[in-house]
Design a protein. Sequence first.
Length: 83
Amino acid sequence: MWYVYIIQGIDEKLYTGITTDLSRRLAEHNSGHGGKFTRFRGPFELRYQQEVVSRSVALKREASIKKLSRTAKLDLILSGNRI
């Protein structure tokens, strides 16, 4: 299984990504080894997750979430629904 996720750092910025191991990936982000964007913005809180069946589906879902405005992403997080 693959996961699409949104995390939020202490600076309130949102980051969307994909992984096969959500707990490992969150630990990587929190340790400063999760990627350039997240390197200095931790600690992070998992705000949204969605399980999908394949990497291809995960990449498409990630792209669709990244196109959303911040307000729409926050609505997605609050509702837990899929947009």
